[in-house]
Design a protein around this ligand. Structure first.
Ligand code: G3D
Ligand code: MG
Length: 194
């Protein structure tokens, strides 16, 4: 299928907060691929109609290495937008947001202010919530990010959050070149990246 523009996103956050579940929910009506298993990355793709244009949204997901808080610079390098997820029932995953923001700050190849970043509070379907919406919104605002809430279980809020960050990337003029991480990684191997 042809598309008018593309948008390359990353999803990060503590292990078990629901990153992969969010993407599975989001892309279940289309397709997902387990493409770069050898280097521990998955990507999910979906074509969306945004402002009358077909946008190919690609979202790169870690495959467990976030547990060690050891994401490589290459993972961050081609991001046009970043989704940071925490679990509203897990205080530590909220406290760790500062770590993921700091990781982006040090590993993104350009200024964090120049690409859209959103924070998602996930698992809002569960009753034992410990991080309130107000607390999370305040934190996001202090960091100049938009805040969304989702349930990957019911699907609540998932499409809206991802479409919004994709829209921001497109409106941002696709700050980065948006080249495919996979294709670039072949070139970058020579320069000892990835
Ligand atoms: P990760 O990719 O961030 O590591 P996963 O997280 O997507 O693997 O999800 C971890 C666990 O949380 C999974 O449970 C998954 O089903 C559950 N989960 C993810 N999102 C939600 C949600 O919105 N609501 C609820 N209730 N559960 C969610 P299992 O038991 O399979 O390990
Ligand atoms: Mg996962």
């Amino acid at each position: 299928m042809n598309y008018d523009d593309k948008c390359q996103l990353l999803i990060i956050g503590d292990s078990t907060v629901g990153k992969t579940s969010i993407l599975s929910k989001y892309s279940s009506k289309t397709f997902n691929e387990n493409y770069l298993a050898t280097v521990g990355l998955d990507f999910f793709t979906k074509d969306e109609m945004i402002d009358n244009k077909i946008i190919r949204i690609k979202i790169w997901d870690t495959a467990g290495q976030e547990r060690y808080k050891a994401l490589t610079r290459c993972f961050f390098q081609k991001a046009q937008g970043v989704i940071i997820v925490f679990d509203v029932c897990n205080q530590k995953s909220f406290n760790d947001l500062h770590f993921w923001i700091e990781s982006m700050n040090t590993q993104l190849s350009e200024d964090i202010d120049s690409i859209p970043v959103i924070i998602i509070g996930n698992k809002i379907d569960l009753p034992k919530r410990v991080v309130s919406k107000e607390t999370a919104e305040k934190y996001a605002k202090e960091n100049n990010f938009h805040y969304f809430e989702t349930s990957a279980k019911t699907g609540d809020g998932v499409d809206n959050a991802i479409k919004e960050i994709a829209r921001k990337v497109i409106n941002n003029g696709g700050k980065k070149n948006g080249k495919d991480i996979l294709r670039l990684s072949k070139v970058e191997k020579k320069s000892k990246c990835c």
